[in-house]
Design a protein around this ligand. Sequence first.
Ligand code: C5P
Length: 241
Amino acid sequence: MRNPRDYLIFPLDLPTYDEAIRYVDLLKDHVGIFKVGLELFVGVGPKILHAIRDRSAAGIFLDLKFHDIPATVKGAFLAASAYGIAFTTVHCDEGGGLLRTMVENNPSGTKILAVTVLTSLDSETLKELGYQERYVSNITDLVLRKARIAKDAGCAGVVCSGLEVEAVKAQLGKDFIAVTPGIRPAWSVVGKDDQKRIITPYQAIQRGADYIVVGRPIRASENPIEAAKKVLHEIETAIPQ
Ligand code: C5P
């Protein structure tokens, strides 16, 4: 059985090396994976990856959300692979061709996760973008369509909201990884923000999420360690037996 900590991904959404390292040192015993996203990687560069590895046993998720023509993404992904990262991300929106390019050019066996529909999007935004009414009124169907493309291309899994995770697992199989951001514990001090399709850690794990990304509810808490422990407790009570 996995340790509750193995389910928890903490995003280091911070602008500087020192701030990121402060959270690595604070949370390294409570978090399975640290996620380095665009803000930190663009601002600080690869030295942050080496520093995380030197200071903790947690895995590294380099969340670059690739979205470009296949040749460009292939080059960028090969460069990222040299850092020996556990996970990275690519948007589904270029179709299966781009995803296959990454799957076929993956020298370090990085787990490639396809971003389906960002948790900051809702029906109104999908309508604005010109999506068909059947997807505007049923985001789960759109997530499933993109998840199918990702699975057929050979991706390890997807990023989706907790509202869709059950359907993704049911349709694409339990071994197809589901990473779920947009997590807001009932006790979270974070007010209304950019996340729209949200659920609690307990609900996400109970519905089958393999990993949950919990950022602001931990970071914005007065005591991030206590907040992380509360999330771990919720995870523990929700793990399917
Ligand atoms: O918990 P919080 O909202 O602070 O988490 C934010 C993190 O979730 C960011 O690092 C963002 O990149 C990530 N995220 C994601 N996929 C989404 C939505 C958010 O990886 N669909």
